[in-house]
Design a protein around this ligand. Sequence first.
Ligand code: ATP
Ligand code: MG
Length: 204
Amino acid sequence: MVRVPRRLGILGGTFDPVHVGHLVAAVNARHELSLDRVFLVVANEPWQKVASRPVTPAVDRLALVEAAVEGVEGLEASGIEIARGGPSYTADTVAELAAQWPGTELNLIVGADAAAGLGGWERLEEVRSKVVLVVVNRPGTTIDATGPASPLEGWDVRMVEVPALEISSTDLRDRVATGRPLDFLIPMPAIRVIRQHGLYSVTR
Ligand code: ATP
Ligand code: MG
């Protein structure tokens, strides 16, 4: 019999590529909030990004996340948005997981930068009604967690302090393209997938 989890974490992202900033946020949120598992949900079509830059095929990004979480207790790669296809809306993902796990508390983990941009999300009220919002710090963004001007007003919020890591996928894509090292910023098995699939670089 499958044990019903009491609390699940959802860390959605483009993961183009996944890096230790994502993983450190996920494992620390899991620890602080006693989450049974945290799903790293790979966006199929990140609708906020597709217009501004080419995004790596979703299957490759999923392969990177799978490699990165391999053997890490409590973290799982999720292809739920890829299976659904089309543009990825958190509202759909949360609805799907809520239906799959009735009675389980869903904890939506976001970095401070993503939390600051919540106002622009699709069907925000639907998301708000179904999740606990877990905000982790991220260098470069400070967020006002309380008060009427806060983007978090009205949400059930937990702030989780994680080691501040100034790492972004944007910088990592640039690193590959310019031949600078990825070591220790991305788990080694995921670096291997980047090399094997010839991702990001102009030349293989
Ligand atoms: P990009 O530079 O392409 O936007 P990214 O590094 O921001 O990539 P995303 O896939 O956009 O990665 O982020 C997914 C989620 O992980 C977001 O909620 C984001 O705030 C959070 N996150 C990403 N990097 C960090 C980090 N270094 N520390 C804390 N949270 C992070
Ligand atoms: Mg980002």
